[in-house]
Write a protein that binds this ligand. Structure first.
Ligand SMILES: [Zn+2]
Length: 444
């Protein structure tokens, strides 16, 4: 039995059903679960004094391509639109192998962890040179984040009129076979699970209609979730209308890609009918504001989605289109963008934080995560508001307006993974050195 006591926090933003904000509060964590919330609590285990800190649920990242942390700020892709950007990067990614997947995932996961994330999904849709989903799962096991990897896929290469080079696409039978393998090997459906696998063809343009449908059938048979990119920009909508004769929402619905077990990344261009469809069917959205800005895709209608009852979470998206992987900054960006589109009262700092925590947990079907309440998993972020970022703030709990962008401590399933701003689970300087060595080899 491992117990940790978090004591004397200035404020605990619980994001529980009543959105309680507690002053001078203590939390007791035991065996991965929050067991007591109150004041003057005691423990037989380790105690952390959190005077000068704000405590929130750990942040939840609902969209990422961890492998891309090896291709940040690639010159030819820095200023390109989506399709041109992809064509610059595909040949570089085609040289990746298992080591690149493992190391880049560790870097991406550590970046997330240091910015308050405790649960992340990942979308890995290319498997060159023997790379496997297993490489990223091993990386997450060491870093200690709760992990929802998705078995992505591309099957339409250049010779079939697709965008990626043929060396990066797989046969559809092989994709389905490996999907079954990774679900059977790694998926844990139980409460408190540290690994849950999903299925995620890269986009409706990079696989056939048959594979989209087969993936949906397989996911339901296995009880796993479905994820892909949808309605990212204007080119995307035009492509859908021309190729499929319908908008992306219709295409998704026709192929079984709506429902509470489905979440789509971006959805910048969803129209009113598609927003209603997503709300009605409980289909989730991974909103990726920095990536949408970076690639000039537009502003996702998050205010409309939330008002209609659509489940919305946040995603940093891959580091090739962000190029950072800081989730608390992503939450700030989501707040700012809705204000650009809809006015200063369109989204509060607290609502954006809710999307980043509870919202993401809802999208990933994790009612056991994303809030601080007795019985929930002990995934906790601790923010030091005694420093420069919050100096002069009248409301330090409005973290996204004036607050730190790195955590002081973080706990995943009751295990400390960041202590005083440093990773404790991995030797980060060593991982960064390995990453830079691999990046240099890829330039060369
Ligand atoms: Zn993406």
């Amino acid at each position: 039995m491992t117990e940790i006591l978090l004591k004397n926090a200035d404020t605990v933003l619980t994001l529980d059903d009543d959105r309680r904000e507690l002053s001078q509060a203590d939390l007791r964590l035991r065996d991965g679960v929050i067991v007591e919330i109150g004041s003057a609590l005691t423990t037989t285990g380790e105690t952390h004094d959190l005077r000068g800190c704000v405590v929130t649920p750990g942040l939840v990242n609902t969209h990422h391509h961890l492998y891309q942390s090896l291709t940040k700020a690639v010159p030819g892709g820095q200023d390109a639109l989506l399709f041109g950007w992809l064509q610059t990067l595909y040949p570089i990614w085609a040289r990746f192998g298992p080591e690149e997947m493992f190391v880049s995932a560790q870097v991406g996961l550590a970046e997330l962890a240091l910015s308050g994330c405790t649960l992340t999904s990942d979308h890995l849709y290319l498997y060159p040179n023997g790379a496997r989903l297993d490489d990223t799962i091993a990386a997450a096991g060491e870093v200690g984040l709760r992990f929802h990897p998705t078995r992505g896929a591309m099957s339409i290469g250049e010779s079939d009129g697709g965008l990626p080079p043929d060396s990066l696409v797989e046969r559809e039978a092989a994709i389905l076979e490996d999907s079954i393998r990774v679900i059977d090997a790694f998926h844990d459906a139980s409460e408190g699970a540290m690994v849950r696998v999903g299925l995620a063809p890269c986009s409706p343009f990079s696989v056939s209609r048959d594979l989209m449908r087969d993936a949906a059938v397989l996911a339901r048979d296995k009880g796993v979730m479905l994820h892909t990119h949808l309605a990212e920009n204007d080119e995307d909508i035009a492509y859908s209308l021309e190729k499929f004769g319908c908008r992306p929402g219709q295409y998704a619905e026709d192929l079984g890609w709506t429902g509470s077990d489905v979440w789509h990344a971006h959805c910048v261009k969803l129209d009113g009918q598609e927003i209603d469809l997503f709300a009605r069917s409980r289909t989730g959205v991974a909103h990726c504001p920095c990536s949408n800005c970076r690639l000039g895709s537009g502003i996702a209608p998050v205010r409309k989605m939330r008002d209609a009852g659509v489940k919305v979470g946040l995603g940093v998206d891959g580091s090739a289109s962000n190029d950072t992987g800081n989730l608390i900054l992503e939450a700030r960006q989501s707040m700012l963008l809705q204000r650009v589109a809809n006015g200063a009262d369109a989204m509060s700092a607290r609502e954006a934080l809710e999307i980043a925590t509870r919202g993401g947990a809802e999208v990933l079907n994790r009612p056991d995560c994303g809030q601080i309440a007795v019985g929930k998993r002990a995934d906790i972020a601790v923010w030091d508001v005694s420093g420069i970022d919050s100096a002069g703030s009248w409301d330090p709990a409005a973290l996204l307006l004036a607050g730190p962008t790195r955590v002081k401590h973080s706990f995943v399933d009751g295990r400390q993974i960041v202590r005083d701003g440093q990773m404790v689970t991995i030797d980060l300087p060593n991982v960064i050195e390995r990453q830079n060595r691999l990046a240099k080899r890829l330039h060369g």
